[in-house]
Design a protein around this ligand. Structure first.
Ligand code: PLP
Length: 386
């Protein structure tokens, strides 16, 4: 059996994989088993923030591997403490809880919000408002948080206490706040899996107003938008807001699994010993890698991300076969006239990897992609879309 046959035989059939087996790479370039090279605008779904084989990241990770690979949370560990400090200093959040994935980071956020609300307003204040068309993860509770029926069917009953508002519809949120006893509002500032759709600033401002008035917590899911992807360290910064909880994962580990829930002033001490935990969470190797990633997402890198973003928007807006372009920073969705699968396949033939989000081509290139690679890849995409 070749690799793809073996995968189909022995791995649960949950993924619609591309017919490519990736084996190695450097920067924005990845190679398949036949030695064919691609410019990678997918980065393993916004995970390989600095591309493949980034030397500083490898150095940080291997140095930690040479010391100790895992401690459990029964012990202190330097990379975890250093990463927590760096994240708090860069965001103004007060404390962090480490886990291993985006779904877990969001689970943490909901636990914190429910406990805070129960102590402050009463246990019946446990509803979390999320948005329709959102995506928050695959656990039973995060499926419940995800405001898309397609993810729910076949898995009922889901965790109770989630209701869904129409994105960019302030009246809908107000109505749900009136009808429910609400602990928190949780949202992505750009709905990634939902089609790379940014929320309107005025809507987010209204959420802040409602949250302040009703003492409802604001949870911003930055699993995909975070860690430089949006052109700011976290995309809530582009909206000028101060969330109570920020969750992230994907790009922060640079390729190793790491989830983080960052806790603001109101909730920094809500979790007490025994309230929450994780065996792997805050793995020192993943944290050492994350330190190398986050410490390099500085003003210079972020301004390059914004410049490249502008270049991509300009290249595709009004181009032949393109209906619309949306997103933030290097997280971009392109709605095309042609079928997305067909475009992605044409691109792979010509040595470019892009992925999809709903009916759109989704671009998530490495944050430090070389201009020459970016331009080559954009030309291939434009040709495939026309
Ligand atoms: C990917 C994603 C998640 C889920 O992350 P996992 O690491 O797959 O659990 C949650 N929220 C958003 C916004 C995401 O993009």
């Amino acid at each position: 059996m070749n690799i793809q046959e073996k995968d189909k035989e022995y791995i649960a059939n949950t993924y619609g994989r591309f017919p490519v087996t990736l084996v190695s790479g450097k920067g924005a370039r990845v190679k398949d088993e036949n030695g064919k090279e691609y410019i990678d605008l997918g980065t393993g779904i916004a995970v390989n923030a600095f591309g493949v084989g980034d030397s500083e990241w490898i150095e940080a990770v291997t140095a930690q591997l040479g010391k100790i690979q895992h401690t459990s949370n029964l012990f202190y560990s330097q990379p975890c403490a250093d990463l927590a400090e760096l994240l708090c200093k860069r965001t103004g959040m007060k404390k962090v809880f480490f886990s291993n994935s985006g779904a877990e980071a969001n689970e943490t956020a909901v636990k914190v919000a429910r406990k805070y609300a129960a102590e402050k307003k009463g246990a019946e204040y446990n509803t979390v408002i999320t948005l329709k068309n959102s995506f928050h993860g695959r656990t039973i509770s995060m499926l419940a948080a995800t405001g898309q029926d397609v993810f729910h069917k076949d898995f009922l009953p889901l965790t109770e206490g989630f209701v869904y508002a129409e994105p960019n519809n302030c009246e809908d949120v107000k109505k749900l706040v009136g009808e429910n006893k609400v602990a928190a509002i949780m949202f992505e500032t750009v709905q990634g899996e939902g089609g790379v759709l940014p929320l309107e600033k005025s809507f987010v401002d209204t959420l802040v107003e409602i949250a302040e008035k009703e003492d409802i917590l604001l949870i911003v899911d930055e699993v995909q938008t975070g860690n430089g992807r949006s052109g700011a360290l976290y995309n809530y910064m582009n909206y000028g807001i101060t969330p109570d909880i920020v969750t992230t994962a994907k790009g922060i580990g640079g390729g190793l699994p790491l989830g983080v829930a960052m806790l603001g002033e109101k909730v920094k001490d809500t979790l007490k010993p025994g309230d929450h935990g994780s065996t792997f969470g805050g793995n020192p190797v993943a944290c050492a890698g994350a330190l190398s990633i986050i410490s390099r997402i500085d003003d210079k890198l972020l301004s390059e991300v914004r410049e490249k973003s502008e270049y991509i928007f300009k290249a595709f807006e009004g181009a032949q076969g393109v209906k619309s372009v949306s997103g933030a920073g290097l997280m971009i969705g392109i709605e095309c006239e042609k079928d997305v699968g067909e475009i992605l396949s044409l691109c792979r033939d010509k040595g470019v990897i892009a992925i999809k989000a709903k009916n759109k081509v989704r671009l998530l290139p490495p944050l430090n992609i070389e201009w020459s690679d970016l331009k080559k890849a954009v030309d291939v995409l434009l040709e495939a879309m026309a």
